[in-house]
Ligand binder design. Sequence first.
Ligand SMILES: [Zn+2]
Ligand SMILES: [Zn+2]
Length: 259
Amino acid sequence: MIDAHIHIEKSPYTIDWINEYVRYAQERGLSEINLLEHTHRFTEWMPLYEASRKKDPLAAKWVDDHITIPIQDYYDFIQKAREYNFPIKVNFGLEVCYFPDKNEFIKDMLNEFDFDFVVGSVHYAFDVPYDIKGLSEKILWDKYPVDDIYEDYFDRCMKCVESGLFCQLGHPDTIKMFDSYKPSIDTAPLYEKLADSLHRNNVMAENNVGCYYRYGHPDMGLSDDVFNIFRDKGVKIITASDAHKPEHVGMYIKEITNK
Ligand SMILES: [Zn+2]
Ligand SMILES: [Zn+2]
């Protein structure tokens, strides 16, 4: 069993901290964990958020509050951790907030370091974040028609997959997280198109349970409909907890493995 999306979220980075993750992984029967960081932690990634910072002052403030450390700290730590003998396989990667007009910048930044894996995730629609409780309602969901938000989200997901920059698409249906904002359009054809693209571009889709235990969404991971579309189209699906602390490593992975 693998947990393919786990946030370290704590620096300075230490082997002791990683061992906390490993301990929970072993308790939950995992043989492999993929640890990562958000690009919004690292000052060098600031240009990625240019459009969002211009678009809305609250979105700008959110990024400014989170983007605090140099990425060299992370590079140095990964190199150190690679020499350490963990009892299970531990991979180190990055979760990139995908913006379609930033392909060149992302490519240049990713060329700086040899990560074990890189996840592309769409966290933004109309250049403002869709998934931050207490903020996204105000700056996105109450401001734009829900159907338009979904269309923009899928457009970004398609471009993310087609960019050739990523091996894994983060939480593909997390756009559903606010249950009170439902689209009137049928999203199945959009997920089918996305599935075709994932398959064609050999990008894995996460079955990510973050929404379920972190935000209280009733679906444990991908909705059954989306899961079936991905499976029927031959998309490779990878299990992920989206843990943001050690005790969440491996949460519900057993339940969604071999679904
Ligand atoms: Zn994410
Ligand atoms: Zn994440």
